[in-house]
Design a protein around this ligand. Sequence first.
Ligand code: ADP
Ligand code: MG
Length: 918
Amino acid sequence: MLHDETRGGDDRSPDAMAEPRWHALDVPAAAARLRTSSAGLSNDEAARRLAHDGPNALPQPPARSIAAIVLSQLQSPLIYLLLAAAAVSFLLGEYDDAGFIFLVLTINTAVGATQEWRAEANTAALRSAIATVARVLRNGAVKRLDSRQLVPGDVVLLEGGDRIPADLRILEANEVQADESSLTGESLPVDKAAGEALPADTPLAERLTMLHAGSTLQRGRARALVVATGSRTELGAIAGALRVPAAKPPLTRRLDRFARMLGFVSLALVAAVIALQPGLGHTLSETIFVAIALAVAIIPEGLPVAVTIALSIATRRMALRNVIVRHLPAVEGLGACTVVATDKTGTLTMNQLTAKRLWLPQHGFVDVDGAGFETRARLHQDGVTLSETAHGAARALARSAALCNDADFDPEGGAEGRSGDAVDLAFLVLAVKTGLDTGLLRKTARRIADRPFSAERKYAASLHDHGDGHVLHIKGSAEVVLPLCEGVDGDHVLRLADEMASHGYRVLAVAARIVDRTDDRGVRPDLDGDLDRLTLLGLVGFIDPLRPEAKQAVADCRRAGVSVKMITGDHAATALAIARELGIADRPEEVVTGREVAAAESGSGARIATASVFARVEPAHKVRIVEALKQAGHVVAMTGDGVNDAPALHRADLGVAMGRDGTDAARDAADLVLADDNFASIVAGIEEGRAAYANIRKVIYLLIATGTAEALIFLLALAAGLPIPLTAVQLLWLNLVTNGVQDVALAAEGSEKGLLDKPPRPPKEPVFDRLMIRETLLSGATMGLVCTAAFAWMIGQGLSEAAARNTLLFLMVAFMNVHVFNCRSETQSTFRIPLSANWPLIAAVAGAQAVHVGAAFTPGLRDVLGLAPLPLSEWLLLVPLALTVLATVEIDKWIRRATKSAARSNAAGGTPGDGGRL
Ligand code: ADP
Ligand code: MG
């Protein structure tokens, strides 16, 4: 690898010595070395440096090389067996057979490797679709850039939840903590600050003036200087050591184990056949070959590749529906998910808040016109224009809220001109409506200290120097702000706030206080001492429109047997009003507050498991909610966007992060990312997940059923004293070549209709459930019996063994062609699934026939395979025989559908049944 892993962090190579130890320089010295200033670089200079230093990215872990992928195809017990067989045939002088085995192995490896390579390229492409965006000063203005474009000398702005994009020297920091666990192993967040030079030998974990690529800003805000990018970062130095191989999805592992078990079964069979056969008068080489052929028949060799493909196709389909899969297992998990616990704000609602209603202590309720970012709207009381004093009071409120505010809003700037939190933006819009110039306001009232909003604190506060004095401004939830105010009847105002909340308004209180600061010694003032005796300026009620698709998506979930729980930091009354609109909850008893969640003893999770709405929730409560739901036996999908949601996302069976408004920290912890933050996308994901699982079952059905048929043919023929029905090379041909062409196409089946009309499959349900066993035995027996009977009849008619085998082989290929159509649905009649839904499948069926017929005409190959062209008239005779398996399976599907609907109508009369699952 690139880096010697045994080397310690401080023992640097001579090359790296040329780089200064940035923590040992003070800021001016560091800036001088980087030929930059606190205003950052110009666009031109940045472009120059980018060309010189290369992009800010670690050399990608070399994608598995083609050679590695090819080699991995060869690592299976089946291949070992075949290689052994080839060796034996070679030693026995059977060069044709040995050559054929090599040919089959080559085809099999080539097909498997191509598919796997494509699947991998697909996943890699998806992974890189989630880029980190950095806010950078370029030409003196803040720009949002892909962090790969950062260069040394850039100045970046960071806030809580951001991934640290490069190694940085802090210029300015406010309450900053970083999570450096991935670099230093320290699991607690570390305080960081701007500061003087540190001793050169300060260990990485103690460089408190530095932020390092690979960690996340846990909280606070910082402005920092990029000192090293890409592989020159500390992360780059240890990246080789950090690389962990991606775990295989549980489904794949379970299937691997199953394949291995079948491998042992077949080995035992091989041994048994070898022990018994000489007694029946066959030669040793023949015996070994039959034994190996049986093993090939039993092991579903196409399965691993088909599973990988099914999962990879599902990730691509999900991406088209705005769900980006970060870990393949999530695809399978989504299909089984029984509960979705989703954020309200931004996921069910648009997170486009508009202040619609104010309450001013001296003037009562005021209505605000205009929606969205429209600023030419007026304030009025029941249609009557506000009095001068009332307007002044509204403006004072808006001024405070515009100052303790981190958003940017340019009324003329369109979408480009706004950024920041939705609440903050809505306050700025309100300020403009009351006639304030927010840009000017911020310039005249310099911010000297602040406490940013956090979901735990539920308020934001900041201290400003207005020239003639210092004023503290605060906005936040009414319950938090009102107790800090004096001179108002807090209970009365709280009741007003509740009343507004019950109409669906998100209600915030705004307050302020003049602070006399005689002790200003240049240190950052601590806000704590001033957070009381505030003057209440009023309440503001915001409307956050529902996402148009949300209501339908909630209904879809319900139909699919997935319950939806809404989680919000909002007031219980606001939450319930919105839950009612969405059809998530109806009664107040269905609402549980975060405080109740925290207070509930670990035993009393039942209340949590049955509630539908969680209000006033803090991120820490989400972990409890996930735990309680999991304990109740649910497979839980939980959404999150904030940095503190990461533990809950980790703990959930499926962590779902927001791609647009979410933090990097949440995305890193999630299994899935919603590109559009939209709840409806989760429902799409559930559908695709179920489809992927169903497709994997279809492939298994096809492979195991044909294996069963082949084994049965052999057993019956041996028992009946018939000649060996198919030679080993013929069996290899069937399983690896003709069927190998078909099974992959099944993995690409579209989702069947009605996938969302069924309850989720029980989380512990094995793939080989009763239904699968029934289907396999039935279809396997049909094909096996018909084939043996045909073979016996042909031998009885005096056909030569070779001619009978040839016809039998054609029959088997026809059977497989037909059975693929059975496998397209486990419940529906195949006649109800349009052919157009999967053209590749049709092509694969035709392809399998073509390959087979083609082989019969290919000199050399046809001799090895014992194949001869079949007259069309005879081939046509095979068609009705092959259709028997279609008929049996159709009849079985019909019976199952009939009993199921009978059971359902019975259940409808009596107690509610289990949904009538088979
Ligand atoms: P949600 O989970 O629904 O997004 P949050 O945790 O973001 O809720 O917000 C919880 C509460 O904190 C809100 O109901 C509101 O009272 C308050 N709040 C939200 N955003 C801000 C903000 N930017 N400044 C001050 N207070 C806020
Ligand atoms: Mg929020």
